[in-house]
Design a protein around this ligand. Structure first.
Ligand code: FRU
Length: 461
C-alpha cells in the first residue's frame, strides 16, 4: 500500500507542476497571500511548528481547479510570510478507506513522530499517517481507520478531527451534528492516537453540522471555533469537566462563508496563536486555480475580554515605498488622492477620529472610471460599513469615535481589520489592471486623521 501511495503522490505532484506555469500570469492572482502552486485548494489543515519552521497543509485537488480528489498539499516557511511548496503529503488510495478523499484534520508530534489525523471518506472514518523524514513523506497507518464507526446513529457528519494534548492524554474533537439537536463537536480521548474512547458531545448548538471545530486556550479563556456551512462562529467560554460551555456566539469574520471559511490555528513557539482561514474563488476565467488563505492572524483577548485578531507582525517585511502622515484634518466633502500607489498589492493603516464626519471612505480603483473602483465606506452616523460595488453592508454598532482601519489588498482579495476586533474578508475583481489610484474620501463635515501609513507590498513568490 505504501508503494501505491508513493506512486499516486508522484502522479498528483506531476499534475500540479504541469499546471503551474498556466496560473502565474493571471493578473488577479494574489501575490502575497498563500496559494497552492496551481489548481483547487480549500481548508488549511494541521498547521504545526516543527524544528524551527512552520508547516502548513491544506485541502487540495491536484488535478483541477474544482473541488475533488481531496489530498493534503504541504508548504513550509521559516518566517510565516514566504512559503516553499513541498510534495503533496497525502492523497486518496484506491481500495482503501480514504479512496474518496483525504479530508481535513490535524498534525501533532507524538514521541518525536509527526502524526497526521485525518478523515478518510466514504463513509467518514478517522485515520492516521506518520512521517519519519521530517514531514517530507507520509506513511498511512496499516490499521486505518482508527475510528471506523460514529458513536451514535443520529449524526449529520463525522469529520475534521482536531487533536490536542492535555496532561498524559490526547483529546480529539470531531465535527458533527445531531439530528433534532444541532451542530456538535464530539469529544474523544486516547493515550496513543490509535485507540480512541468516545467521551461525550463537547458542545452542541445552532446549525445542522459543525465542520472543522477548533478548541484552544487563549489568555485565561477558552475558545471554540466552528464552521457551520455558513459564517464561521466563535465563542469564548468555560471549559469544565471536558465540556465547553459557550457564552455568546459571534462571527469570526464578517465576510460570508465563501470568503472566509474552515480556519485553522497554530500555537507557535512564542506562545502566540496564529490563525488562517480559507478564502474561496479563483482569478481571471480560464486560469486553473481556485482558493487561497488569509494572511496569518494573531489571536488574543483584550482587557475587556474580547477576541482580537491582528495581522502577524512578520508581514511587515513585505512593505516597500512607505508613506505616512499624521494629524491631518480632512474638511467637508472631498477626495484626497494618495501618491504613488499603482500596484494591486498594498496595505493602509489609518487611525481616525470620526466624531463629526458623516462618512469616511477608502477608494481603490481605476483613474477616471467610477465603475471600476472598490469603495470601503464607514458611515459613522448609522454605524455601518459599506463595500461597493459589492453591495455589502455591515452593521458595526459598538465602534468608538476613534477607529483604526487596517486594510490589505492583494490583486483581487481584501482583508479589513477594524480596531483589530472586527475582520471582513472578501474578493473584489477589478476590471482593469492598470492606472489605479488609492484615495481617501470624506462625505460630510470633518475628520481628524491622527495617523495614516500606507505601503506597496512585495510579492512572496
Ligand atoms: C470544510 C470541509 C470539511 C471537509 C473538507 C473537504 O470546507 O467541507 O468538512 O473535511 O472541507 O474538502
Amino acid at each position: 500500500m505504501e508503494a501505491v501511495h508513493k506512486n499516486l503522490i508522484a502522479k498528483a505532484n506531476a499534475a500540479v507542476t504541469a499546471a503551474q506555469s498556466a496560473v502565474s500570469d493571471d493578473p488577479l492572482r494574489p501575490k502575497y497571500h498563500f496559494t497552492a502552486p496551481a489548481h483547487w485548494m480549500n481548508d488549511p489543515n494541521g498547521p504545526v511548528y516543527y524544528k524551527g519552521a512552520y508547516h502548513l497543509f491544506y485541502q487540495h485537488n491536484p488535478y483541477g481547479p474544482d473541488w475533488g480528489n481531496m489530498s493534503w498539499g504541504h508548504a513550509v516557511s521559516k518566517d510565516l510570510v514566504h512559503w516553499k511548496h513541498l510534495p503533496i503529503a497525502l492523497t486518496p488510495t484506491l481500495g482503501t478507506v480514504d479512496k474518496d478523499g483525504v479530508f481535513s484534520g490535524s498534525c501533532v508530534i507524538y514521541d518525536n513522530v509527526p502524526t497526521i489525523i485525518y478523515t478518510g471518506v466514504q463513509p467518514e472514518v478517522q485515520c492516521i499517517a506518520h512521517s519519519y523524514d521530517d514531514l517530507t513523506t507520509w506513511i498511512k497507518y496499516e490499521g486505518n481507520p482508527v475510528i471506523s464507526i460514529p458513536p451514535r446513529k443520529d449524526l449529520t457528519g463525522f469529520r475534521d478531527p482536531f487533536v490536542w494534548r492535555e496532561g498524559a492524554h490526547w483529546y480529539m474533537l470531531i465535527g458533527s451534528g445531531i439530528k433534532d439537536v444541532g451542530g456538535a463537536a464530539l469529544l474523544y480521548k486516547s493515550g496513543d492516537l490509535i485507540r480512541w474512547t468516545y467521551l461525550h458531545p463537547f458542545c452542541t448548538g445552532f446549525g445542522k453540522i459543525w465542520e472543522c471545530p477548533l478548541f484552544f486556550p487563549l489568555g485565561d479563556k477558552y475558545i471554540l471555533i466552528v464552521s457551520p456551512e455558513s459564517t464561521v462562529q466563535y465563542s469564548i467560554g468555560e471549559y469544565i469537566d471536558h465540556k465547553f460551555y459557550p457564552e455568546s456566539w459571534q462571527a469570526l469574520d464578517l465576510g460570508e462563508s465563501d470568503a472566509f471559511y474552515a480556519p485553522n490555528v497554530l500555537p507557535d513557539s512564542n506562545n502566540r496563536c496564529i490563525l488562517w482561514g480559507w478564502i474561496k474563488g479563483g482569478g481571471k476565467p480560464g486560469y486553473p486555480w481556485n482558493g487561497l488563505l488569509t494572511l496569518p492572524r494573531i489571536l488574543s483577548i483584550n482587557s475587556t475580554g474580547s477576541l482580537m485578531q491582528a495581522p502577524a507582525p512578520e508581514l511587515k517585511i513585505l512593505r516597500e515605498s512607505a508613506y505616512s502622515f499624521s494629524d491631518i484634518k480632512l474638511l467637508s466633502t472631498a477626495e484626497y488622492l494618495l501618491p504613488n500607489i499603482r500596484s494591486g498589492c498594498w496595505e493602509i493603516k489609518i487611525k481616525l477620529h470620526l466624531s463629526q464626519a458623516d462618512k469616511f471612505g477608502i477608494c481603490w480603483g481605476c483613474i477616471n472610471d467610477p465603475d471600476d473602483e472598490l469603495m470601503i465606506v464607514y458611515d459613522s452616523t448609522h454605524k455601518k460599513l459599506m463595500i461597493s460595488p459589492l453591495a455589502k453592508s455591515y452593521s458595526l454598532t459598538d465602534l468608538k469615535s476613534q477607529i483604526i482601519f487596517h486594510v490589505f489588498f492583494d490583486q483581487s482579495v481584501y482583508e479589513i481589520f477594524i480596531d483589530y476586533r472586527i475582520c471582513i474578508t472578501g474578493r473584489y475583481y477589478p476590471k482593469k489592471i492598470q492606472n489605479h489610484r488609492l484615495a481617501l474620501n470624506l462625505f460630510g463635515s470633518a475628520a481628524l486623521i491622527q495617523s495614516l501609513q500606507f505601503w506597496e507590498l512585495k510579492s512572496i513568490n
